[in-house]
Structure formats: C-alpha cells, structure tokens
Design a protein around this ligand. Structure first.
Ligand code: NDP
Ligand code: A1CAB
Length: 286
C-alpha cells in the first residue's frame, strides 16, 4: 500500500515526550490495559479508545473519563495503536484503519495468532508493527507481556512497547516464532490456575468444608506457592518435595494425580492451545 499522510495535527499529549496511545477494541484485555495505563500515571487525555457499540462507549467514558472515538479518528491522532479485537475481527479492523495509519505510527497487536506479517500486509509499507501477548493479571500490575518485533519495528519501537506494557507487569522479548507457544503458556496461563482453584474448591466441598472457607484456603495456598516459586530460588521439584513427607498425606494425592494423567493432560492442553494460536494466524478461523 502507498503511505498515507497524517491529515490531522497529532493529539497534543499532556506531558512532554508522552506518547498518545489508543486502544482499539476495548473488551476484556483492552479495558485491562486501559485501566493499567491510567493507574501507571498516564492521563486519560493521553489515552484514546474505540468501541463499536454506543453502550460500551458510554461505559468506558463513565469508568475512565476517556472520550471514545471512531477507529479512523484514533488512528489519525495516536502515536501508538494497540489492536485488541479478536483475531477473527482483525482483517476488517485493519481494512478500516489502513487509509489513516501513517508510517510514524507504531501498531501493536495483542491478538492471539495474528502475525506481524499479516498486519504489515494490510498497512502501508514500512509501518512499524509489534506483536504482544499480554495476560489478564495486567489488571493487578502482575501481567506478563511477551513482545516480538515485526520487520520494520526499531529498538525505539520495542522500548515504547515495553514502556506501555511494563507499567502493568513484566515483559519478555521473544522471537516471533515462539509467540504461539508463549500464548499457550502465558496468555492463556491464568485460566489454567483458575480452573485448578475451582476444581480444588470442589474437592474441599466433597471433604465437608464450606465453600467460602475452601476457596480461601486454596487461594492462599496458591498465593503462598506462587510467591515461593518466584522468590525462593528453588526448583519446583524441590519445593514439592519439601511438602511431601514420607508416608504422609501429600504423596497419596500426588499418586492420584499421576494415576489420572494430570501431567500428560497439562502437556496436551498447552499443545492444543499452541495449535489453536497457529490456526488463528490468518484471522479467518471461526
Ligand atoms: N482475554 C485475554 O486474557 C487475552 C486476550 N488477548 C487477545 O486480545 C484480543 C481481545 O480478546 P478479549 O478482550 O478477550 O475479547 P473481547 O471480545 O472482550 O474484546 C474484543 C473487543 O473488540 C471490540 N471490537 C471488535 N471489532 C472492533 C472494531 N472494528 N472496532 C472497535 N472495536 C471492535 C469488541 O467490541 P464488541 O464489544 O462490540 O464485540 C470487543 O469489545 C483477542 O485478540 C485475544 O486473542 C490477548 C491476551 C490475553
Ligand atoms: O483465549 C484466547 O484466545 C485469548 C488469548 C490468550 C488468552 N485469551
């Protein structure tokens, strides 16, 4: 495509050198990122959002004090566009954006599977594109955002992406060939832990505990285990061995987990998530 020029003067940020960021497709992850950017000190006036339904636009205006725009307006005004629609909506969003995105604009996609090459094909030649896989703990500033540069993204573009996503958790640069695997581990990862907590809470009910107590016990065990995994410097095998007393209770539970193939199930589950990310690469997979 030929390079469109920026028809409108760019939006003036409230802080010098502050990039104006637009979130296009403000659903679950888009809203989580928006709230995180506001918490990290970006002024709502430097944040643009788009929504395709009036009801959603009204919600965002009320909750965050942002003024929802059309995708075209956001593309004209922002320095950084974060595309947070579903992979299946990406081709139509890019078609809408293409006439308005200048090559000065950094385009960041958070969509599972969608490659930087796919986005580059839909925009003007040399548009810098970055692929990021965040996860929902960005809502509590404990996110993990895995970042890969497209063919025209510079070191400065990567630094801008790390600035935005680093405000709401950790960031990690990987080659784009690893993004589908990272999506399976990290993007989807929180869901597996919620699933385990849900299942273990049910076990507490079976063992006769009230649901709220069972929930609190399992959540605190999860928090304690997570902090030890992060801070102790010990391998997970060692941490598990420390819990597993000879002829005690834990080994009986571990034997059942192995008998039921839980380890193999987790490996197969993450492989299936990786495969689905690959299938979504063109965005036309329902
Ligand atoms: N949820 C998660 O944990 C993570 C999701 N992602 C990725 O983020 C993306 C969004 O996922 P998620 O937030 O769960 O999905 P949601 O359905 O909650 O959000 C998608 C949003 O995009 C909006 N949208 C779609 N097309 C347009 C358009 N043309 N213009 C403006 N807005 C549009 C939708 O509007 P409407 O409400 O009208 O449908 C919706 O609000 C996906 O690509 C997913 O792969 C990445 C990491 C983690
Ligand atoms: O389930 C999904 O497709 C998205 C991508 C990673 C987490 N949620």
């Amino acid at each position: 495509m030929t390079k469109p020029s920026k028809p409108n003067p760019p939006h003036q940020p409230t802080k010098p050198n502050q990039k104006v960021v637009a979130v296009l497709g403000t659903g679950k992850i888009g809203e989580a990122l928006l709230s995180g950017m506001i918490r990290s000190g970006r002024a709502p006036a430097d944040l643009l959002v788009t929504a395709r339904r009036q009801e959603r636009a009204d919600e965002l205006r009320t909750r965050y004090g942002v003024e929802p725009l059309t995708n075209a307006e956001a593309a004209k005004r922002a320095d950084i566009l974060i595309l947070a629609c579903k992979p299946q909506d990406m081709a139509s969003l890019l078609a809408e954006l293409a006439p308005h995105v200048s090559t000065d604009t950094l385009v960041i996609s958070a969509a599972a599977g969608i490659t930087t090459a796919f986005i580059e094909e839909h925009l003007a030649a040399a548009t810098p594109v970055i692929r990021v896989m965040p996860n929902t703990p960005v809502l509590v500033d404990e996110g993990m955002s895995v970042i890969s540069a497209g063919s025209h993204a510079t070191a400065a573009d990567l630094a801008h992406a790390e600035d935005v996503f680093g405000a709401v958790g950790k960031t990690l640069r990987v080659p784009e060939t690893q993004q589908d695997a990272c999506t399976a581990l990290s993007g989807s990862g929180p869901a597996y832990f919620y699933f385990l907590v849900e299942a273990m809470t049910d076990a507490g009910i079976l063992l006769g505990l009230p649901r709220d107590k069972a929930h609190d016990l399992i959540v605190q065990a999860a928090i304690g285990a997570a902090v030890m995994l992060r801070d102790s410097g010990e391998h997970p095998v060692k941490l598990r061995e420390n819990v597993t007393s000879p002829a005690g209770t834990t080994i009986n539970a571990i034997r059942e987990l192995e008998n039921h193939g839980v380890r193999a199930a987790l490996i197969a589950a993450l492989e299936a998530a990786r495969d689905r990310s690959r299938e979504l690469a063109t965005g036309n997979n329902t």
